[in-house]
Design a binder for this molecule. Structure first.
Ligand code: AFP
Length: 277
């Protein structure tokens, strides 16, 4: 049923791609519910997605990373939590950014997630959509085409270590260094969508955004970023944990709360578990 969102995702992707080309990357005086300063394009992308989602009669509510409260209504069956434009701080460097969506049935909770998707605005416009299956679309010569997407290998080659290194715990630094000592390649842009897409497309590795002394609860938000990517990575044959627990088993008390998070191939996630025991 969450496949019904795909045409809307494709419509939003094309509109936001145009927005990114046309809108200067100036910061506004406003901040979002998580305290992040907003770009004009953040707000425009949020308004655009809100309109498209509320046009769907099967949507009973939406919640944006850019707004403090959810919008709920009496009709429909699906709730959508989304990050309209993730990676604001790297847009002015002309790096790839993305939009992230989680489709929930009945409540904004990990165990109610029935689908997830992301749009990546890069050299190519692409969408990865997960429900019972995992589908990758590429926009090519005026139309959307399905593209190949392999499952994650048991062990990969990419290491994407997030967070400010001087604020890492000694054990986390030891874990990250051990992967580099094994020959893993550093691939980290500061954009969650391209960094996780990279690992997915290249077959595996580890993306980490741990608890740090300056972000004790991690930085990435459960509802809008972490749960959707955990859903996608598990569908791709990988795993996603907070260091100890499966991310999709975490409770959530407030819409904008964050968590430490690790996404990757099963071998790397096992290493994380051993490191955080
Ligand atoms: P911005 O939206 O402020 O650019 O933050 C992007 C992000 O939320 C996520 O996309 C990245 O994985 C993470 O932050 C990067 O954070 P660090 O710059 O602290 O590594």
């Amino acid at each position: 049923m969450s496949e019904s969102f795909i045409p809307t995702l494709q419509k939003c992707a094309l509109q936001i791609q145009e927005l990114l080309k046309a809108t200067p990357t100036h910061y506004l005086d406003s901040t979002n519910a998580s305290g992040d300063q907003q770009l004009g394009v953040d707000v425009k992308a949020d308004c655009l997605i809100e309109k498209e989602l509320l046009d769907l009669e099967f949507v009973c509510g939406i919640c944006s990373e850019e707004k403090s409260e959810a919008i709920l209504r009496d009709q429909g069956t699906f709730l959508v939590a989304y990050d309209p434009l993730d990676g604001s701080s790297i847009i002015d460097a002309n790096l790839s950014v993305g939009s992230i969506f989680g489709f929930y049935a009945g409540a904004f909770a990990a165990d109610k997630l029935i689908g997830a998707a992301y749009i990546i605005y890069g050299p190519r416009l692409e969408i990865v959509f997960a429900s019972t299956t995992l589908i990758r679309y590429t926009y090519h010569r005026g139309k959307w085409e399905q593209a190949p997407l392999s499952m994650l290998q048991k062990k990969g080659k990419i290491n994407a270590p997030g967070g400010t290194q001087k604020h890492w715990s000694p054990s986390h630094k030891k874990l990250i260094d051990s992967l580099f000592d094994e020959g893993y390649r550093l691939r980290y842009s500061g954009g969650m969508v391209p960094d996780l897409h990279h690992i997915l497309i290249k077959g595996g590795g580890l993306f980490s955004y741990p608890q740090t002394s300056d972000s004790p609860k991690g930085k990435l938000r459960k509802l809008f970023e972490v749960f959707p990517f955990a859903f996608i990575y598990e569908k791709a044959g990988g795993a996603a944990i907070d260091g100890k627990r499966r991310l999709l088993e975490l409770e959530i008390q407030s819409l904008h709360e964050s968590t430490p998070c690790f996404f990757g191939s099963v071998s790397e996630i096992q290493k994380v578990k051993e490191s955080y025991e």
